[in-house]
Design a protein around this ligand. Structure first.
Ligand SMILES: Cc1ncc(COP(=O)(O)O)c(C=O)c1O
Length: 375
């Protein structure tokens, strides 16, 4: 085995939310009793019509998928009121991020993004041999538009803006977003990652699609992994100018969107009422969780997504405590956790485990001074 190419040898493997089976095995649980709230997936399966469409296409898998995405582009284009030429598809929006990084990166370039934000910006930049420039969020966990623009150097070829931002759930309003795009000019590719677009209810937020259609250096990415419940199938898409997408596509491998993924996406966008129902259920769950955290005086960041970033006990990392109780959440830094909005039952379970963990931890904390003074 030859040694890895410089850069790739520094790439940490992507750490996904821990799978249910792994946690069940490690802690000796029945997998059915484990609640996964770690990867911002939909708690609900794909729409029944989508499951049927997937099954109906299984018999055609002897053929390669349509590498021109014709039908799916038509369906998604109609749904979004965008010309099909302005769409590009991939095996999940994370593939798009990697393709864009490879297309405009390379030695001697840099990539700017906020931190903490979606880890793929970092991994894709390192893979593409671009120097990552990570711009801290503001003290209240918001994207910092001025700092992001100011971080752009003459060698910066891409700026990633995760809006709303993962893991914080915070967002940039449309006026501020437009200002950032204006200030960047055309020096760098601006990738606006709208993976959580569907869940946003804030009135001052808007998609950056009009900007992507108006400017050659702006693209928006979206995914079928969230509200549509299709994370396991891998399909995402970008919106941008035709020429831009054709250029960026050169860095993409052929056939990365499977026939089943395209069939599912085509069917999924035909059910706007089901999308609305899920968005409303998420909003109800999100408001409830925010209320419950406030009642417990737990610090959290107001969210426009299907997850909430919170700090259950300052200075204490509680991920392991949740795992031991069969609840998978995502840790960030020393003491922050991100929890996905699940079904009402899953949220009941999460909250009761949270209460028990806090109770236990405060018991231990109260005991600790006595123990120390005894020594
Ligand atoms: C901000 C952000 N972008 C993109 C993705 C990736 O989505 P996909 O499943 O389409 O690769 C995620 C997934 O969690 C995400 O949080």
């Amino acid at each position: 085995m030859p040694s890895l190419r410089a850069g790739v040898d520094r790439l940490p493997p992507y750490v996904a939310g821990r799978p249910i089976e792994e946690v069940a095995d490690e802690f000796g649980f029945d997998p059915r009793s484990v609640v996964k709230l770690a990867s911002n997936e939909s708690p609900l399966p794909p729409f029944p019509e989508v499951v049927e469409a997937i099954a109906a296409h299984a018999g055609t898998l002897n053929r390669y998928p349509d590498n021109g995405w014709h039908e799916v582009a038509r369906a998604v284009g109609e749904w979004l009121d965008v010309d099909e030429k302005n769409l590009m598809f991939a095996g999940g929006s994370s593939e798009l991020l990697r393709v864009f990084a490879l297309a405009v990166g390379g030695a001697g370039t840099s990539a700017v993004y906020a931190w903490p934000s979606f880890i793929i910006y970092r991994l894709a930049s390192v893979l593409a041999e671009s120097e990552p420039i990570e711009v801290p969020l503001t003290a209240d966990h918001q994207l910092d538009p001025d700092a992001l623009v100011e971080a752009i150097r003459s060698d910066t070829t891409v700026l990633y803006l995760c809006n709303p931002n993962n893991p914080t759930g915070s967002y940039l309003g449309s006026a501020r977003m437009k200002e950032v795009i204006d200030r960047v000019g055309d020096s760098a590719l601006v990738v606006i990652d709208e993976a959580y677009f569907d869940y946003v209810t804030a009135s001052d937020y808007a998609s950056a699609i009009p900007e992507a259609l108006a400017r050659p250096n702006v693209v928006v990415t979206r995914t079928f992994s969230k509200v549509f419940g299709l994370a396991g199938l891998r399909v995402g898409f970008a919106i941008g100018q035709e020429k831009t997408l054709l250029e960026l596509r050169r860095a993409q491998a052929p056939f990365t969107v499977s026939t089943l993924a395209m069939a599912a996406a085509i069917e999924a966008v035909r059910h706007p009422h089901r999308i609305r129902e899920r968005v409303e259920a998420n909003e109800t769950g999100r408001q409830r969780l925010a209320r419950e955290l406030s009642m417990r005086q737990i610090e959290y960041v107001p969210s426009q997504t299907n997850f909430i970033f919170f700090r259950p006990i300052p200075g204490v990392n509680l991920e392991e405590n949740f795992l031991r109780r069969g609840v998978i959440v995502r840790p960030f830094g020393e003491d922050w956790l991100r929890v996905t909005i699940g079904t009402p039952e899953e949220m009941n379970r999460f909250l009761s485990e949270l209460d028990e963990i806090r109770q236990q931890t405060s018991d231990i904390r109260h005991e600790t001074p006595n123990l120390t003074s005894d020594i």
